[in-house]
Design a protein around this ligand. Structure first.
Ligand SMILES: C[S@@+](CC[C@H](N)C(=O)[O-])C[C@H]1O[C@@H](n2cnc3c(N)ncnc32)[C@H](O)[C@@H]1O
Length: 304
């Protein structure tokens, strides 16, 4: 057996040294590559965060800013989008509008109808009520939107609107002077409702003509001043308050708000149109808890 020479020892040592150098440089290369990948991952993490922030901002932009907490009249929650109704109600709305039976807009009538459909689906108990009906357009849409067995009461003087009081502003007093003078005109230039001889008879006929005859749809048309006629002690699911003036609004709030079922609502038609109505609502709800304020075009007040 041959013994290794000093020559073969140094050859082997050189080979080992070369191998070590190759390994060290390969590992150094890998370490560099790892550091590079870590940097790239950091950049990617930052990009993902930025993309998430951008997506959130874009989503807020599409919904519009969130408005209000709903806890105060002055800070209502904005509810959208605009309400949709089925074809039957859409046709009815077109009919009452084309016959000049209502001051309400298409959107206002759709929202009223959709709120009644909602309360039927949620089985909120109580009457459907309108205070301030004039020629009956909004009440007809409301009657057609409720189930036939749910009671509905329609309150109106069915004659001349009563005079305003010192709690109403100049806008209302000016309007009343016009009404008193005989110069007011109705919707579409027709005879103003307060000058019509047989308003209650006309409204009764309009209900029937639109397929919601009062007597077969559990609807009571109640003539007289709200102050004399609204005397209820049963739950209310929805009340549409459309009496314009301070006293007319305040008496409805005092007599109906305490009767609202949980989830029941008041729809205030004139909050943005007549000073007296706004004053009455602001005063009545200034220090009352247990209600949520919503904007669905008109001001809605929901019993929570
Ligand atoms: C703006 S109109 C109602 C409009 C109707 N909702 C529509 O669809 O066009 C207001 C009605 O409320 C009635 N009204 C106002 N104050 C009243 C009161 N204190 N008692 C009874 N009726 C009142 C008026 O005579 C009038 O008929």
């Amino acid at each position: 057996m041959s013994t290794p020479t000093s020559h073969s020892y140094s050859d082997r040592a050189r080979r080992l040294a070369r191998g070590l150098r190759t390994r060290v440089s390969r590992e150094a290369g890998l370490a560099g590559r790892v550091a590079e990948l870590e940097k790239q991952m950091q950049v990617m993490r930052r990009e993902v965060k930025a993309a998430k922030r951008a997506a959130k901002t874009a989503a807020r932009g599409m919904q519009g800013p969130a408005i209000g907490t709903g806890t105060k009249v002055s800070d209502p929650v904005k509810i959208g989008p605009a309400a949709k109704v089925d074809e039957r109600i859409e046709a009815l709305i077109a009919s009452v509008r084309s016959q000049n039976l209502t001051f309400l807009s298409f959107a206002g009538l759709r929202t009223l109808s959709a709120c009644i459909t909602d309360l039927e689906q949620s089985e909120i108990p109580g009457l459907v009520i309108e205070c301030g009906t004039a020629r009956g357009g909004s009440a007809i849409v409301m009657a057609a939107s409720k189930s036939a067995d749910r009671g509905m009461m329609v309150f109106d003087v069915f004659g001349m609107i009563p005079p305003p009081t010192s709690r109403d502003g100049a806008d209302i007093h000016r309007r009343y002077e016009t009404i008193k003078s005989g110069a007011a005109t109705g919707v579409g230039g027709e005879t103003y409702y307060g000058y019509r001889e047989e308003l209650l008879g006309e409204v009764t006929a309009s209900f029937a003509e639109h397929g919601v005859a009062a007597e077969v749809n559990n609807v009571a048309l109640v003539p007289g001043l709200f102050q004399d006629t609204i005397k209820l002690d049963e739950p209310v699911a929805l009340a549409h308050l459309d009496g314009d003036w301070y006293e007319s609004t305040m008496v409805c709030l005092q007599r109906l708000a305490p009767l609202l079922s949980p989830g029941g609502r008041l729809v205030i038609d004139d909050y943005d149109s007549w000073s007296g109505c706004k004053t009455a609502v602001d005063e009545y709800f200034a220090d009352r808890d247990g209600f949520r304020f919503e904007r669905r075009g008109k001001l809605h007040i929901v019993r929570v």
